[in-house]
Write a new protein. Sequence first.
Length: 212
Amino acid sequence: MRTELKRPYPAIRTGALLSCGGSQNWFPDENFRLCGCGVIACADVLLYLTGQTELSREEYFAHIAALRKFFPLIPRRGIDGVRLAVGFNLCARRLGVDARAGWSASGAKFWARLETQLKSDLPAIISIGPNFPRVWGDERLPLYRKTAEGYAEAGRTKGHFLTVIALDDEWLEVSSWGQRLYLERRAYADYMRRQGAVFTNLLFLERKNSGA
């Protein structure tokens, strides 16, 4: 069964092309290109929750510039999940968004919470953490594009935040690097089991006034 957001995810317009969310790769700041995925994920979710479905590239840059100070990035390391949640909550309060963020306590409730969040029309930021405790490891999760023939691998990643906009029994449909990509549910669950739920988990959003 497919569960998805009720409205289109924010698209950034470049000429006649529309993205699926934003991308840190568009920015001149080298550290932001390397480590800005969490900021982009939060910024895009805030666009969705304020009803903004399409922006020009210039408008998107201004949106990111207004939020950057709430998400301090450590050079070449980025931002941890706790600071990401704090930054999201500060921005949500300033923008009048009826949502608060916190990291899920364990992997046991991950799938139920993810589905609940999407059913509540709240995009779901997830993390693909680093290898843990063997932080020197290089296991990465594949992301896919949908093609006429099925799914084709688009790349592999770790230490990355991305946003789930729909899911079914086999796939998570995600926004990452300004693209609509797909992550295999079983592969993510296996990665979480092997690497632990400390760094691979869900930024769980709740509506403050009505509950998720």
